[in-house]
Design a protein around this ligand. Structure first.
Ligand code: ADP
Ligand code: MG
Length: 602
């Protein structure tokens, strides 16, 4: 058989193949066009899409424009103004491959109208399904407008894979939001079918993040700032009680480019792992800046993936910064948290849309979030008195403690009642109702206390007057004895006592008077789980959490007002006290808005 001849593909076909890689849906066109506008130094960018972007996508900017003579080059393949020769290892612009415009022109009808600042009129060049038209003079302000009509008319196979106009519009909106977050100094407007979905002026990052995340979330974002070598991390991390059912509100921006990156995503997950419930997702905007040659962005045509030269360093920086930020003691969060301006139309429950508002997506976003802290303060409600009256024996203590709360204004308030012998009700000076899960809270406090003591040289041990004998299986006994030295550091002093028993001489003082048997069996279980390879120190958090379970104020124990208040004050002073070691919240805080919402008044 004669071997087939090798030939170069015609340019139009190459562009169509590239179109398949670079622009798989309208959102990708929005991304490429907005990136071009940003690279052109635009201060304002307007994006308008129709019918999910398939009918029309227009992106207008006030950037540098393209000289008339360069217009044919702008839409030619591998033509770019951004990359010097052999410069691929130091990329500082968003674009560099010179294939977006020709790819878009191959798949749809592209019209590019541009006027550089020094030109007295604009020029328009068109490409439709790969066919290039002569540039013609046009009217228009300085800057560039790109209009794409009938996307994928020339590549019908691609068109079949598109989702509904609504989902395509949502995907495009998500892209626009990511880019808007990455470039707060640039004004953005995003319109769908003639309706403004969001519009933001040039503004500081904090304001932009607040606007894009919704005002309610904005109140619970903690600023981040950390460095490692030449890498700088900034942005905002959501407080542990602010979680979502999906990862939609996780933004990663590397060298001004919004990216999807497993290293950053994993670091975020690890940092929050033991402070949020399983299955929930933290909210964050992580902004990483590092030397351009420390990261390769040329991994995929869409340039949303990247490769770090030092992924371990990136991971350490992100996890370290997040953990430090999340260690803010419970309740003080509201004081420490960022103050952001309010956004007129962006509150949950408000009518969607409006030029300065964030529209239905933001409202939905907020509705999907889980709050353990209030969004608004309110005047002290008469509820305090009513609860007090309903519980006569505690009434005077309650009235006193409520009065104290009103003057001192503790973040978690003053205890007013205990409910079901399990939950503490407290009222804050600003009238919010706080509900504390006494067992979960106490468990976390104990764990943190054990951790502090351990870090300071060893957990304080309380010797038993009479050593206790605990029966275990031979395997269990062997397992715990093998770790006897490490366990002594945790305040747990044990010795061998025959093949199937252990002698317990001392227990961690912070636990009070726990039952030695169940405690030791739990530790044996924990050691079995962690296997023999990992040292006890490496599993410290888990072991301390197990120990803490045994010292906790159980659910179902009646507490005095003083005990309840001591617990609240302790929570305010303790890092990570907002969630228990299983990631569940230890307290909820309801302000007037929350309560009104529960009653359907909002
Ligand atoms: P790349 O962005 O990778 O260079 P594109 O195909 O997206 O490739 O764009 C080709 C060239 O067209 C760019 O390098 C730039 O010079 C010019 N260009 C495209 N869009 C704009 C714009 N909005 N403003 C100014 N110049 C632009
Ligand atoms: Mg580009």
């Amino acid at each position: 058989m004669a071997s087939p001849r090798i030939r170069l593909l015609p340019e139009a076909l190459v562009n169509r193949i590239a179109a398949g890689e670079v622009i798989e849906r309208p959102a990708a066109v929005v991304k490429e066009l907005v990136e071009n506008a940003l690279d052109a130094g635009a201060r304002r960018i307007a994006i308008a899409i129709e019918e999910g972007g398939v009918a029309r996508i227009a992106v207008t900017d006030d950037g540098a424009g393209i000289a008339a003579a360069d217009l044919p080059l702008a839409i030619a393949r591998h033509a770019t103004s951004k990359l010097g020769d052999e410069q691929l290892i130091r990329i500082t612009t968003l674009g560099f491959r010179g294939e977006a415009l020709p790819s878009i022109g191959a798949a749809g009808r592209l019209s590019l109208t541009s006027r550089p600042g020094n030109a007295d009129h604009a020029m328009t060049i068109r490409v439709e399904g790969g066919r290039v038209f002569e540039p013609v003079p046009a009217a228009g302000p300085p800057g560039t407008e790109v209009v794409v009509r009938d996307l994928f008319f020339a590549t019908p196979a691609r068109r079949k894979f598109l989702k509904s106009a609504r989902s395509e519009a949502e995907a495009a909106e998500a892209v626009a939001r990511r880019l808007a977050l990455a470039a707060p100094a640039v004004g953005f407007r995003f319109e769908v079918d003639g309706r403004v979905i969001f519009e933001r002026p040039p503004e500081p990052l904090a304001t932009r993040v607040g606007a894009l995340f919704g005002a309610a979330a904005a109140d619970h974002l903690l600023p981040l700032a950390a460095e490692r070598g030449e890498m700088r991390l900034s942005g905002f991390a959501g407080a542990a009680h602010l979680t979502r059912a999906n990862a939609m509100l996780q933004h990663f921006i590397v060298n001004r480019r919004p990216v999807i990156d497993p290293v950053l995503r994993t670091a975020l997950r690890i940092a929050y792992r033991d402070v949020i419930p399983a299955g929930r997702h933290p909210v964050a905007a992580l902004i990483l800046d590092l030397p351009a040659d420390e990261v390769d962005v040329n991994v995929h045509p869409a340039k949303t993936e990247l490769r770090f030269r030092d992924p371990a360093g990136v991971r350490a920086l992100v996890i370290g910064a997040l953990r430090a930020t999340l260690a803010t003691p419970a309740g003080t969060l509201s004081a420490a948290r960022l103050r952001l301006p309010r956004f007129g139309h962006s509150r949950a429950g408000d009518a969607p849309s409006g030029a300065s508002g964030l529209g239905a997506a933001a409202a939905e976003t907020m509705a999907a979030m889980q709050f353990a802290e209030p969004m608004l303060a309110l005047a002290a409600p008469p509820a305090a008195r009513q609860i007090a009256a309903a519980d006569p024996p505690a009434a005077s203590a309650v009235r006193e403690s409520a009065a104290v709360a009103a003057t001192i204004d503790y973040p978690l308030g003053a205890a007013v009642a205990q409910v079901l012998e399990t939950y503490i009700l407290a009222l804050t000076g600003d009238g919010a109702l706080v509900i504390v899960d006494q067992h979960a809270a106490h468990e976390r406090l104990t764990q943190e206390r054990l951790a502090r003591e351990w870090a300071a040289g060893g957990v304080r041990a309380q010797p038993l007057l009479l050593p206790a004998v605990v029966e275990l299986s031979a395997a269990e006994a062997e397992r715990v004895l093998a770790e006897a030295a490490a366990l002594a550091q945790l305040g747990l002093e044990i010795e061998a006592f025959g093949p199937c028993a252990i002698l317990v001489r001392a227990l961690p003082a912070a636990l009070g008077a726990p039952e030695p048997g169940p405690l030791l069996r739990d530790i044996a279980d924990e050691l079995a789980d962690s296997g023999t390879q990992t040292s006890l120190a490496a599993r410290l958090d888990a072991v301390l959490a197990r120990l803490a379970c045994h010292g906790s104020i159980r659910a179902g124990r009646r507490l005095q007002a003083a005990e309840m208040n001591a617990l609240l004050r302790d929570m305010e002073a303790t890092p990570r006290a907002a969630t228990c070691s299983h990631g569940r919240p230890t307290f909820l805080r309801l302000c007037r808005t929350d309560i009104e919402r529960l009653f359907g008044r909002r």
